[in-house]
Design a protein around this ligand. Structure first.
Ligand code: IMP
Length: 455
């Protein structure tokens, strides 16, 4: 292949919510093409419009849309909830984001999340002994219909009404039986009604729908700088993650490439985003999790003096879900798990977010732990095991301690101006994970990202 799409991939190295949006925005600002590749409205990130400084919460539209020179693509790996997509488009238009319909392109092969997928998501969760704790956005059922070859692609919405109705009819026969058997008569799908509604959506989408393979071809020929905004993260990947406590897409490097219509030859750089502490929302193993006042996805009442370590991390880091607002489970940075993730993802560089928060956590608690390896099945290991489900043994973290905190003065823009203890922390983490930390996050804003370089 003579040309390549010159692509940088931004991926999550833990359980999602690492703050991928910040670095993605920074790179998108200097890119021609911005792609969203996997997942659906289960993801959420806040972007800042550089023109108005307004914050915009997005689930589906690539964050790079705020830069007027970019072309944005929603790739074939994404599952699209059209109610959410159009409400985002409306918000963006109201904010004066220019030329939206021309700049936002949608692969005709992306699959549609219908309202019945959300109902199925809830029903499946209710029926499990141990629910996954999904976002209830219909993600799993949309992907399982895709795998079962009864999913509908964006292209199907452009078909004549009768053909669309027939496809919806076939797609929902089994689901309708399930709804009836569970006394959910009101959820039974009438293909006629739904087809009419989604045919209208098709008319509205028409000008945005593309053959994304050809769009990528153009990107290669014109040497467009491309950035792919990854969704979720490696330990939620349906193959690499803690199955069944995972999402239903492949959010690893290779899955992201398929979702973005890219070849491995297009990859220029893989950037993996981590935080200085860890967090997880939903169920599943979390070896370094710290106790917290959380029950049924809600923070229970507690006094300041009774705060657990997990509460301190959550409150100082503001760990509440962007999509569901659920309080996140929190814990110490797991370097053994990070190292494994970086190897799987083929990481070139790491962004370490929440460096400012970690300084505050150390100052508040006096000492914190960093997981360097685990005792697992009687052995010391330095990788994340993949058979926790079989052995039913949680890897027991072996911690290094950090007790020298820091405070990063507001407005700090250069690495050389970071407190010495913060620099020491960066070098310590880097030595454990084996991949260069190229940027550190020092605050919630898009500009609060510092390049790690001595000047
Ligand atoms: P689903 O993707 O809604 O099916 O949820 C499956 C699991 O992935 C649940 O534990 C969710 O909380 C988690 N999850 C899905 N999307 C995200 C995300 O963007 N950030 C963090 N966790 C997520």
């Amino acid at each position: 292949m003579e040309n390549s799409a010159n692509a940088t991939l931004i991926l999550g190295g833990k359980y999602g919510d690492e703050g991928k949006g910040k670095i993605a925005s920074k790179i998108a600002e200097k890119s021609d093409l911005v792609i969203r590749a996997t997942g659906g409205a289960n993801a959420g990130h806040t972007v800042v419009d550089p023109a108005t400084k307004q914050k915009i919460a997005l689930h589906l539209v690539p964050g790079g849309i705020v830069y007027p020179h970019t072309l944005c693509l929603i790739g074939q790996g994404v599952v699209l909830d059209l109610d959410i997509l159009f409400s985002e488009i409306k918000t963006l238009e109201e904010l004066g984001i220019t030329n939206l319909q021309k700049r936002l392109k949608i692969s005709g092969r992306a699959h549609i999340t219908f309202p019945y997928h959300k109902e199925l998501d809830e029903l499946h969760e209710k029926m499990k002994d141990k629910p996954v704790g999904t976002t209830k956005r219909g993600i799993g059922p949309t992907y399982s219909d895709k795998d079962n070859r009864v999913g509908l692609q964006v292209y199907d919405l452009l078909l004549p009404l009768e053909e669309l109705e027939n496809k919806i009819d076939v797609a929902t026969r089994l689901h309708n039986q399930l709804f009836k058997a569970n006394g959910m008569e009101e959820s039974v799908v009438d293909p006629k009604v739904l087809a009419k509604e989604y045919h209208e959506y098709g008319l509205k989408l028409k000008d945005m729908v593309v053959n994304a393979n050809q769009l990528i071809r153009e990107a290669r020929q014109k040497d467009w700088k491309t950035v792919v905004e990854g969704a979720q993260a490696i330990w939620l990947d349906k193959d690499y993650g803690d199955y069944p406590d995972v999402t239903s897409s492949n959010c690893c490097t290779e899955g992201t490439l398929i979702g973005a219509h890219l070849s491995y030859k297009d990859v220029k750089c893989v950037i993996v985003v981590l935080k200085a502490h860890d967090s997880r929302v939903g169920n599943g193993p979390f070896p370094t999790e710290q106790p917290a006042h959380i029950e049924n996805d809600t923070v229970t009442e507690y006094d300041e003096e009774d705060a657990c370590i997990g509460d301190v991390i959550r409150e100082l880091a503001g760990e509440y879900g962007a999509t569901t607002k659920r309080p996140r489970r929190t814990g110490w940075f797991d370097a053994a798990q990070a190292r494994t993730a970086l190897e799987i993802l083929g990481a070139d560089y790491v962004v370490l977010n929440h460096l400012d928060t970690m300084g505050k956590i150390i100052n508040k608690l006096g000492v914190i732990g960093i997981c360097e390896g685990y005792y697992y099945l009687g052995e010391y290991i330095q990788y994340y095991p993949d058979d926790i489900r079989l052995t039913k043994q949680m890897p027991e973290p072996v911690y290094g301690a950090v007790s020298d905190g820091w405070e990063i003065p507001k407005g700090t823009k250069k690495y050389k101006d970071l407190p010495e203890n913060a620099k020491k922390f960066i070098r310590y983490i880097e030595s454990l994970i084996g991949v260069p930390i190229k940027w550190v996050g020092v605050g919630p804003g898009n500009d609060d990202l510092i390049e790690v370089k001595e000047e």
